[in-house]
Design a protein around this ligand. Structure first.
Ligand code: F6P
Ligand code: MG
Length: 480
């Protein structure tokens, strides 16, 4: 079911796969080891303490195997049915070594293997080694969070009184205004994807804060290389006008923290504007690619909003080290976060926003396999009006992480999901952090490579690794 086009491989020195396996993954594992080491040291229960040490050793062994280019070993059975698929595929792929293995499979295997260490323990089953990192990065996006909270609350009010504001506008004018707003909300949601912890090795906090503010969003429109927002809006509008009662939008989530925050901004907007009647969020079941959303992250986010003062005003370890104290929240800021909390928790309590986990999202395969390996999930997504896939990894999985010519159409790169009768309407919101990219105009890749830091004559598509460019690609599987 996978494409015949070769996939990116960690053996290809010109791809980000190679940099990832050699440089990024060891750093990520070191971070996990440090986190667990610290948690274990604080642990007073002797049994849990010893088990923590054992898991730490397991992580260290994994790092050793990776750095010494050993073979990927079969995963131990931790009781979940997906292990079988991982191990069968490993065998089919000829038991590869770390530095000569398809990038997508190996990176998924890495996080799945880490998860087996915790799943087979007694005391650490639900421990997320990336949780602390997710929380502290979210805290550092405070300026953008406060700006957006205020913006969202204003918008909520406007939408509630919109009839009066646009009373004298024509239908066409009203729709035009709606499309502008829709695009803005989607852009917020798109650039929120630049905040990905697995890439923090490249981007500074300052870079991230720049990407998150509203001024930068305008400036960044030129960085959206494929821009299909209009088509996605048209599909939602058409369903709304047709009076379809259930108009569901699905969001296949990517990262926790700031990105989840902006996903909820978009979700709330779609519901309150009437462009959707329900939002289904798809999280991961296990800690994944460092910062991806697991169900617990949703609760943590709401907790932050309701306890905003404690969250933002308690000095962090960094503050303590530097002897600084965090700026207190103003009354207005506190109220804004409170209002946001009430709005989102109401939507959640009403069932307008729901979370729907599925093991498929943490399998190693691409989404070319969705119809064959997860038929029930496939059918579920077919009943949705629009399925939004967030982020880089989802895009890699949609396109099979294959070495497409960049002018290949998005529909072709989607495989089965790209068929006009797939029944799934796909919108990918992705900031580019990996080699694969499709749907570009002829000459565009060459132009970008020629720019400073773009890769030049090196054979590397470096411009696509940084998270500074984006693609917004739409494919309508409901036209046949
Ligand atoms: O390319 C770097 C990388 O960490 C990939 O491993 C992965 O596809 C991606 O970024 C994660 O980014 P995102 O959170 O946007 O999926
Ligand atoms: Mg991610």
């Amino acid at each position: 079911v996978d494409t015949k086009t070769p996939q990116y491989n960690t053996s290809d020195a010109t791809s980000f796969a190679s940099v990832s396996a050699r440089d990024r993954w060891p750093i990520i594992l070191t971070g996990a080891i440090d986190d667990l080491h610290r948690a274990t040291a604080k642990e007073t229960n002797a049994e849990k303490h010893d088990e923590g040490k054992k898991i730490t050793a397991g992580l260290a062994a994994l790092k050793y195997e990776l750095q010494h280019d050993r073979k990927l070993t079969p995963l131990v059975d931790d009781g979940s049915p997906d292990i079988k698929g991982y191990n069968e595929e490993l065998e089919q792929r000829g038991n590869p070594n770390w530095f000569n293995v398809p990038w997508l499979y190996a990176e998924c295997y890495l996080y799945r293997r880490m998860a087996t260490l915790f799943a087979t323990s007694t005391h650490w089953k639900n421990y997320d080694v990336f949780a602390a990192q997710k929380q502290s990065t979210f805290r550092s996006s405070r300026p953008a969070v406060l700006e957006l909270a205020a913006h969202y609350n204003d918008l909520t009010q406007q939408l509630q009184s919109q009839k009066s504001a646009l009373a004298h506008a024509s239908d066409a004018e009203r729709e035009q205004a709606e499309q502008v707003l829709f695009t803005e909300m989607c852009e917020i949601c798109l650039w929120g994807n630049a905040t990905d912890l697995s890439l923090l090795t490249n981007l500074s906090y300052e870079d991230i804060q720049k990407l998150q503010g509203s001024a930068s969003r305008k400036a960044n429109e030129k960085k959206i290389l494929v821009n299909d927002f209009h088509a996605a809006f048209a599909a939602l509008k058409k369903a709304q006008k047709a009076g379809t009662a259930d108009r569901r939008v699905d969001i296949v989530l990517d990262n926790a923290g700031f990105e989840l925050f902006v996903d909820l901004v978009l979700a709330g907007y779609l519901l309150q504007s009437g462009l959707a009647t329900q939002i289904v969020l798809h999280p991961k079941n296990i800690p994944w690619f460092v910062s991806d959303v697991i169900p617990a992250d949703f609760g943590s986010l709401l907790n932050v909003l309701v306890n905003a003062q404690t969250f933002y005003e308690t000095p962090s370890e960094d503050d303590l080290a530097r002897g600084t104290t965090p700026q207190p929240l103003s009354d207005k800021e506190r109220k804004d976060l409170q209002l946001l909390f009430e709005n989102w928790s109401t939507l959640y309590a009403q069932g307008s926003i729901v979370m729907r986990p599925n093991a498929f999202w943490t399998e190693a395969g691409s989404y070319w396999r969705l119809p064959s390996t997860a038929p029930a999930l496939y059918q579920d997504l077919q009943t949705s009006t629009l399925v939004i896939f967030k982020g880089d990894l989802n895009y890699r999985k949609l396109t099979c992480d294959a070495q497409w010519d960049p002018t290949t159409s998005f529909a072709e790169a989607l495989g089965p999901l790209g068929a006009s009768d797939s029944g799934v309407r796909v919108l990918a919101l992705r900031t580019c952090k990996a080699d694969v990219v499709v749907g570009l105009k002829p000459g565009e890749d060459e132009r970008l490579r020629a720019m400073e830091g773009g890769g030049g004559e090196s054979g590397m598509r470096k411009w696509a690794w940084s998270g500074k460019w984006a693609v917004v690609s739409f494919c309508d599987g409901k036209t046949a």
